[in-house]
Design a protein around this ligand. Structure first.
Ligand code: CTP
Length: 426
């Protein structure tokens, strides 16, 4: 079997050093990697390091390629199953969006008809600048997939989104992209299901499908400045929305308050309370699949004070009277014309995971439950990885601990597989 080939473009930025780890992970996963190093990238990593890890010559110069053969750059880009730009600097993204061909990297990107995945990395202000936002939207509209950036403290000591996604997350996004493309399955990893889903009109497994995803916590107001919330970061649900979009689905992500940037190419509706989340979900129907990953507050204050509640000296603290919130998952799973053909819920438990998850699937009326242990010792809530059980009508599967991006990728593939036979939602 010929291995899948990735053309990796490494552009400038402090994060370029992570491309070495990415090459190592790709090689370990059995993929062939051809590296292209931009002039900026070469200031941070050497061609020699990339060559040693990939085992192949590294390309840096547009003119040396055309010297060998007139069509050298076209052949280079077309021989790949996927073109990956990691890190993708603000400058390179701008040149891609503008269609420039000013160096080897941009010439390849303009000449290729191969799918492209970019992993942006830059200063937070550059990432949030309207120019970059506009460039990303242009690229997403052209079908370019995006992974990251992550949020955190950056080399410039600023905090926010802009940090290159970690190499395992980039690898997961690469695998999702490769799995999403039609092909003979050569080079697929064991992680992908042996029975690949059928492919929709644009060649991707979920093309023509609408997926609705909920993510994050809810905030239930007590008064204008206080609220009830939980520790959900929204990472798992947001990663699922991204993974479904990478398979070609039109995705509506209804998200509670999170610190995560909107995933490009996903229609994000931001809400605060459970009741707003339910209304946004119902407005987004019909859908082929709904994945309820949000940690919805079960209760809200019976009455929300119109003004900030004040302490009264010597008076007892106020008593908070709670009332139940609507159950979004159970509502969407209710039999009826608007019920999506596949309804997937999550179960956040701190004990007896499988027993609670099996019972929850039946109680909520959903088709699958992705159960995770959210006990403080697991570090799942707010963390980057997850250990889940997939509970269906046919039984329970235990998945190994893996990054949330990889849980998302696998779940998206299972969803594509399950929907392969279903007619599109009207
Ligand atoms: N859920 C929902 N609306 C709610 C509560 C939960 O849509 N008001 C969904 C969650 O998004 C998740 C599933 O229901 O998909 C299970 O959530 P979980 O918090 O595990 O369970 P609860 O419904 O709170 O039940 P319990 O209190 O028994 O754990």
């Amino acid at each position: 079997m010929t291995p899948r080939r990735v053309l990796l473009i490494v552009s400038g930025g402090i994060a370029a050093y992570k491309s070495l780890e990415l090459v190592r992970l790709l090689a370990k996963a059995g993929m062939a990697v051809t590296c292209v190093l931009t002039e900026g990238g070469a200031r941070f990593v050497t061609a020699l390091s990339l060559q040693a890890l990939s085992g192949e010559a590294v390309h840096t110069d547009l003119w040396s390629l055309t010297g060998e053969s007139e069509m050298g750059h076209i052949a280079l880009s077309r021989s790949a199953d996927l073109v990956v730009v990691a890190p993708a600097s603000a400058d390179l993204l701008a040149r891609m969006a503008a269609g420039l061909a000013s160096d080897l990297a941009t010439t390849l990107l303009l000449a290729t008809d191969t799918a492209v995945l970019v992993a942006p990395a830059m200063n937070v202000r550059m990432w949030t600048h309207p120019a970059t936002v506009g460039n990303l939207a242009t690229l997403a509209a052209r079908g370019v997939a995006v992974v990251g950036p992550d949020e955190g403290v950056m080399a410039c000591n600023e905090f926010g989104p802009g940090r290159l996604a970690e190499p395992p997350a980039i690898l997961a996004a690469i695998l999702a992209r490769l799995d999403a493309r039609p092909g003979d399955g050569a080079g697929r990893l064991a992680a992908a299901p042996a029975h690949g889903p059928d492919h929709g009109p644009d060649g991707r497994a979920l093309a023509g499908r609408h997926a609705l995803v909920t993510a994050g916590p809810t905030h239930e107001a007590i008064d204008p400045v206080r609220y009830l919330a939980n520790r959900s970061s929204g990472r798992q649900g947001t990663a699922i929305a991204e993974a479904l979009a990478a398979l070609g689905a039109r995705v509506t992500l209804v998200s509670g308050p999170t610190a995560l940037p909107d995933p490009p190419g996903v229609d994000v509706r931001r809400v605060e309370s459970a009741r707003q989340m339910l209304a946004a979900c119902e407005a987004a129907l019909p859908a082929d699949v709904v994945v309820c990953a949000a940690a919805v507050g079960d209760w809200r204050a019976a009455e929300v004070a119109a003004h900030k509640m004040k302490k009264t000296p010597d008076a007892a603290p106020p008593t908070l009277v709670l009332v139940a919130n609507p159950d979004i998952l159970a509502t969407l799973a209710r039999p009826g014309a608007s019920r999506p053909p596949l309804v997937v819920g999550f179960a956040a438990e701190t004990q007896d995971l499988e027993r609670h998850a099996v019972a929850k699937r039946l109680r909520k009326g959903c088709d699958w439950i992705v159960a995770n242990d959210v006990g403080a010792h697991t570090g799942t809530m707010g963390g980057d990885s997850n250990t889940v059980l997939l509970v269906t009508a046919h039984g329970t599967e235990a998945w190994d601990r893996m990054p949330k991006h990889e849980v998302a990728r696998r779940l998206a593939l299972r969803i594509a597989d399950a929907l392969a036979e279903a007619p599109p939602a009207g």
